[in-house]
Design a protein around this ligand. Structure first.
Ligand SMILES: CC(C)(COP(=O)(O)OP(=O)(O)OC[C@H]1O[C@@H](n2cnc3c(N)ncnc32)[C@H](O)[C@@H]1OP(=O)(O)O)[C@@H](O)C(=O)NCCC(=O)NCCS
Length: 159
């Protein structure tokens, strides 16, 4: 299959943090951010695969700083690398306070999505290639993360 630029499936989503999404400190629930991450990873992977995908694993989530009611969350998802049927999606979440104009990185995550056919079986996806400096770094470091995931899965299958 011919490789596709990482720019093609890049996806951006914006959400306003509302009071029901926050805890008693006024900051957003981690579970709410996770749901947004899962959704945008699904969209980016379906764009790339031109078909249905499922979440195989949320490989890592780092909650770096809180976002508060009234902040705007901007999520960006990119297909960082691919296997035969799986896609590693990098999701970055930034929060902006529209009153002060200050922005900060709140969450980073890597999610593995798998393309499936109409019977729910994994199906092949095209590889990706980077075009920007940031995408090149994500792409180049992917084999290390893949090896880490494989080692984790091997350990789980021995439990
Ligand atoms: C993900 C799923 C399709 C994989 O099916 P499978 O029969 O195990 O298929 P395989 O073992 O051939 O794996 C297919 C690909 O998924 C990857 N994969 C499977 N499980 C994985 C996991 N836990 N973490 C990361 N990657 C995983 C494999 O590495 C392989 O990638 P590659 O083709 O790029 O090398 C299947 O486990 C499934 O349907 N899971 C439920 C998904 C779901 O319902 N998600 C919603 C969340 S509740």
């Amino acid at each position: 299959m011919e490789a596709i630029s990482m720019n093609v499936a890049r996806t951006i989503q914006t959400h306003l943090v509302l009071p029901p999404d926050t805890n008693h400190h006024g900051s957003i629930f981690g579970g709410k951010v996770l749901a947004y991450i899962d959704e945008i990873a699904g969209i980016a992977s379906m764009k790339h695969a031109h078909g249905n995908t499922v979440t195989a694993s949320i490989d890592s989530v780092d909650f770096i700083s809180p976002a508060y009611a009234g902040d705007v969350l901007e999520l960006e998802a990119v297909v960082a690398s691919t296997g035969r049927t799986s896609m590693e999606i990098y999701v970055r979440v930034q929060a902006t306070n529209l009153i002060t104009g200050t922005s900060c990185l709140t969450t980073e995550s890597f999610v593995t999505m798998v393309a499936i056919d109409e019977d729910g079986h994994p199906r092949e996806v095209a590889p990706v290639y980077p075009e920007t400096e940031a995408d090149t770094l994500l792409f180049r470091t992917a084999p290390e993360r893949r090896a880490h995931r494989s080692a984790k899965r091997a350990l789980q299958s021995h439990k």
